[in-house]
Design a protein around this ligand. Structure first.
Ligand code: SF4
Length: 478
């Protein structure tokens, strides 16, 4: 053994000595197994980085400001706290409260922008489908389209020549809904129209507090303006704008995304599937879809089922194609197609460590930059697909997705994964761990299950929460 090798071995031993055991890092058996495997292969994951990361004390207090070039101004809380008046100030005089509120507000702006921009992308594709500019997307759920149209101020009937009420053409309704939906982002005055869906008392309270959003983009831009140097210096007033932007996203951008996705791809309905790293299959081409938007993943599901793709997979020595998902994109294809869930946010690197992932296809949000580095230790191809989200680290492939050529793009992606199947180089180790699940509880499905076709409502659920028979409901929210 050379001196270098001895040193390296000693370093590994030292790391092993201080590193917490996988069982101390994750409760899930599949994750524990893959953390151990990553250490064996010396592949760094978030579980290692979490050990060496020292949180910044001032950052944790939210009192570091770099909103102008005079900073950064750091306002740490002195050890032992502050006796008497708090005299901490940034160069411009900003107090810790102002700085913390501004930092929080910019986080709200970032989150609202990300989720609402997802909605904008869906609205643009919906408009293209409604105008028949793309053959790859069609309006699937006309019932839901007719239900949501009035919320956007779109009539679903017309008056005939003799005063009779006639059904309006469904394509006309779809185009008008798409245009009205898209207009919510750039609207400057009035109210985001879907906010009125909130319970009446809640809506009235928002009105009283003056936090009903005017337009989705407007509220996000206003946060950026208010938090610029020398603008809003009243932390309560800053936080009020956070509420306005948050409602613009939750009751605007994100809600519109859900509406239009359901109309485009169909309302989810309960179905069986499974979850965890054990859904990967050694003898199949494994394509893991990761990110947030269903626009691309819906097409990948379609492409992976094409006979030409299955034939190509067989030609390359695989038994078939196994799709699975991570994060929100996973949920989209799980609840509509039963595509199993490979893992959660923390398992994205661990999925690659199995050595079985032939391609990980990503769009936007929650994609760890380090997946590109982990992939370099294996044969896995990381395929970025969205112009907003590319990865500079590692050796990624970019296949841009366009809604006008959606199926063709998806086919290219699936083909790239299949062609990578024979390149597996490391031993494949897939944890024998997966759980059965039932997904697909859309608002409509729950409503139906609580009363059927004629009496569907939330009354039985509400009653049983009020009378105490249902003791709690858990929401899993990303
Ligand atoms: S805005 Fe004020 S507190 Fe922030 S960096 Fe500039 S001078 Fe410092």
């Amino acid at each position: 053994m050379t001196t270098e090798e001895v040193k390296k071995k000693a370093l590994v031993k030292k790391k092993e000595k201080v590193a917490p055991k996988p069982e101390e890092l994750a409760i899930d058996a599949a994750s524990q197994k893959m953390i151990a495997r990553s250490r064996e292969l010396e592949v760094e994951t978030i579980f290692d980085r979490a050990q060496s990361m020292k949180p910044c004390n001032i950052g944790a207090q939210g009192t570091c400001c770099k909103n102008c070039a005079q900073g950064p101004c750091r306002l740490p809380l002195p050890k032992g706290g502050i006796e008497g008046e708090d005299t901490r100030k940034g160069l411009c005089g900003a107090t810790p409260e102002t700085i913390a509120a501004r930092n929080f507000a910019r986080m709200v702006a970032g989150g609202a922008a990300a989720h609402s921009d997802h909605g904008r992308g869906v609205a643009e594709t919906f408009l293209a489908a409604a105008r028949k500019e793309t053959e790859d997307y069609r309006i699937k759920d006309t019932k839901k389209l007719l239900e949501i149209a009035p919320d956007f101020g779109v009539d679903i009937t017309v008056e005939g020549e003799n005063g009779e009420i006639l059904d309006r053409d469904i394509d006309e309704i779809a185009v008008e809904v798409a245009e009205k939906a898209l207009a919510q982002w750039g609207q400057q005055q009035g109210e985001v129209c879907t906010v009125k869906r909130a319970p009446a008392a809640r809506y009235e309270l928002w009105k009283k507090l003056g936090v009903v959003p005017r337009g989705i983009d407007r509220e996000i831009v206003e946060i950026m303006h208010r938090t610029h140097i020398g603008v809003d210096q009243d932390y309560e007033n800053i936080v009020e704008q956070c509420s306005r932007a948050a409602i613009a996203d939750g009751w605007g951008g994100s809600m519109i995304a859900t509406d239009l996705q359901d109309v485009l791809f169909g309302c989810p309905y309960p179905l069986r599937s499974s979850a965890n790293l054990g859904v990967l299959r050694e003898d199949h081409v494994n394509i893991v879809i990761h990110g947030h938007e269903p626009l691309l993943s819906e097409m990948i599901v379609e492409a992976a089922e094409l006979p030409e793709m299955l034939e190509l997979a067989k030609e390359k020595g695989a038994e078939g194609i196994q799709l699975s998902g991570i994060c929100c994109t996973a949920n989209e294809i799980l609840m509509r197609h039963g595509v199993p869930l490979c893992g959660n946010f923390l398992q994205q690197e661990l999925a690659i460590v199995t050595g079985a992932v032939d391609a990980m296809v990503v769009d936007v949000q929650c994609i760890m930059e380090n997946i590109a580095n982990v992939a370099q230790c294996f044969h896995t191809k990381i395929i970025t697909t969205n112009p907003r989200a590319r990865i500079a680290s590692g050796d990624t492939v970019h296949i841009e997705f366009d809604e006008h050529t959606a199926l063709e793009d998806a086919k290219r992606i699936v083909r790239t994964a299949i062609e990578n199947f024979p390149n597996r180089e490391k031993e494949v180790i897939i944890p024998d761990a997966k759980s059965d699940l039932i997904a697909g509880f859309s608002y409509e499905a729950i409503n139906y299950h609580l009363g059927g076709t004629f009496r569907g409502s939330y009354v039985p659920l509400n009653d049983n929460i009020i009378n105490g028979r249902i003791r709690g409901i858990g929401g899993v929210v990303g």
